[in-house]
Design a protein around this ligand. Structure first.
Ligand code: NAI
Length: 505
């Protein structure tokens, strides 16, 4: 299937943040574009705004001046819906209301030609519902851009029950031709990104609620150990808690109250208080003038260590051993159960059990659990937790060992799966569930999470690299620890593990 020809007219409806961005993308790709908004003058204003944006790119030397003029000339504000009649593709980015969008689509069917594609930029409404009752529901499809549209690469091409696969294929190729990274998704709540990303916020909110650590420490761990661009608290402060909470609530309700998506009372309290994040001056952090961002809690150590023992197969912790060696620590290797020993302390990568529980069950004394790092060779911070009977001296030795490798160490309370590990395991679980339910292919789901929300790795490929069996064990242990449905592992993880296969392929 070919992309739409560059000479075909594209219409964009709604000249707000998203509509203006989408119009710019289409015009930059070479299409003549007509922009319509039902607020008189709004479309013309938006076109002026786009021209100013392009002007900034020219000033920075990123766009030739002639190109700016050509793009702006392709953008035409119009004041009536009828002016969109010759368009081959209409993308609506109006207010997020099912009835208003349905009304608009009905009008468009009357105005536009029979083969015109009617695309919606909705981020939460069902494409199936939007198309229901139309004469040509097969022409209706989701084209979900991310904000800001000119900069964000991902576009979810969302098919409803009636959408014609040929229409989906045309839009996929068209998005590619526009320089985007499209993925196919079936119209299910949250599509791919807004569904699979829920645990990223939910696990941090839960950890905060259960007293794991403070916001700044949890955020720093997701950044510095997890490799995420931002932690969940700084990110939700940026998104706006009203918006982020509303998305969680809508996904939760749409899945009939599945506890995997249960909204957080901690976030609700912020919304109730009007602490919406950056835009209101206060969220988890203060954005008042002169406000200082709290620093993550970092542990010091009195101990001096120059050697440790690595027992057995350390799995994903292996690069940490090399890092210790590189820092001048003498590491003796011997058979064992995948543990590090330093002084009186036993260090192990978390498997989703509480430290105290694992210490008792496995007969390990002075157990200090390590969190997951996206890359132990380059991480700058790592979380630890310790069993209730671990001595202060042993814990100090464990901290000294990690610090000798150049890692900042942050303590979290003894909660299952620490911070990065449980976040990644839950992201992979949700991604697996989406694959199982046919929402998207593993490749598209991983790509969506990298291109749409800048995750350092796709959750499925990440689980593959950790080992599907290990990821499953972490989730099983989380579920046992909490006794909650929320942590139930996806059948796809269990099946893939039983088959000895991979999730991402
Ligand atoms: P916005 O409020 O900035 O802009 C909406 C525009 O649509 C306004 O200019 C309004 O005058 C116009 N409008 C409203 N009803 C109309 C109608 N019946 N006919 C013509 N124009 C109408 O909203 P925003 O943020 O640009 O969102 C638009 C759509 O994009 C929504 O469906 C939203 O869910 C979706 N979306 C928003 C994202 C975001 O981060 N803001 C990201 C991805 C999707």
């Amino acid at each position: 299937m070919a992309a739409l020809d560059r000479n075909t007219l594209v219409a964009v409806i709604g000249a707000g943040a998203m509509g203006a961005g989408i119009a710019q993308v289409a015009a930059q790709a070479g299409h003549p574009v007509r922009l319509y908004d039902n607020r008189p003058g709004a479309a013309a204003q938006a076109v002026e705004g786009i021209d100013r944006q392009l002007g900034r790119l020219v000033e920075k030397g990123k766009l030739p001046a002639a190109e700016r003029a050509a793009i702006s000339a392709r953008l035409q504000p119009v004041e009536t819906l009828d002016a969109l009649a010759p368009a081959h593709l209409v993308i609506e980015a109006i207010v997020e209301s099912l009835s208003i969008k349905q009304g608009l689509l009905h009008q468009l069917e009357a105005v536009c030609g029979e083969d015109c594609i009617l695309a919606s930029n909705t981020s939460s409404l069902s494409i199936t519902s939007l198309a229901a009752g139309l004469k040509r529901p097969q022409q209706v499809i989701g084209m979900h851009f991310f904000n800001p549209a000119p900069l964000m690469a991902l576009v979810e091409i969302v098919s409803g029950l009636a959408s014609d696969p040929a229409v989906a294929a045309t839009l996929y190729e068209t998005a590619k031709a526009w320089g985007k990274e499209p993925v196919h998704a079936q119209s299910t709540p949250g599509f791919i990104v807004n569904r699979v990303a829920r645990p990223f916020y939910a696990e941090s909110l839960r950890l905060l609620q259960e007293g794991a650590a403070d916001c700044a420490t949890l955020d720093a761990l997701l950044r510095e150990a997890g490799g995420f661009r931002m932690g969940a608290f700084e990110l939700t402060d940026l998104i706006g808690h009203d918006v982020n909470y509303a998305v969680t609530c809508s996904v939760f309700e749409a899945f009939y109250g599945d506890l995997r998506f249960q909204p957080s009372l901690v976030q609700k309290a912020l919304v109730d208080a009007g602490r919406l994040g950056r835009k209101s001056g206060q969220g988890f952090y203060s954005y008042a003038e002169g406000a200082q961002r709290p620093q993550p809690l970092t542990l010091a150590s009195q101990a001096n260590v120059d050697c440790c023992v690595a027992e057995g197969d350390l799995g994903v912790l292996r690069p940490l051993v090399e890092r210790l060696r590189g820092a001048g620590i003498s590491v003796t290797e011997r058979a064992g159960a995948g543990l590090l020993r330093v002084g009186d302390a036993t260090l192990a990568l978390s498997d989703g059990r509480l430290a105290s529980q694992r210490a008792r069950e496995d007969g390990l004394s002075n157990l200090v659990l390590l969190d997951l790092a996206q890359d132990y060779a380059s991480a700058t911070r790592l979380a630890i937790s310790h069993a209730g009977n671990c001595t202060a001296e042993a814990r100090d030795q464990a901290i000294a060992l990690l610090r000798s490798a150049g890692l900042e160490v942050s303590a979290v309370a003894d909660l299952p799966g620490l911070v990065v590990l449980r976040t990644v395991a839950m992201l992979a679980n949700e991604a697996a569930e989406a694959v199982l339910q046919g929402v998207g292919t593993p490749q598209d789901i991983d790509l969506a999470m990298r291109a749409g929300v800048n995750y350092p790795r796709g959750p499925l490929a990440w689980a593959d690299s950790l080992g599907v069996g290990y990821t499953l064990r972490v989730l099983d242990n989380l579920q046992r620890s909490y006794g909650e449905e929320r942590y139930r592992p996806s059948l796809l993880l269990r099946r893939t593990h039983a088959e000895g296969g991979r999730l991402h392929a």
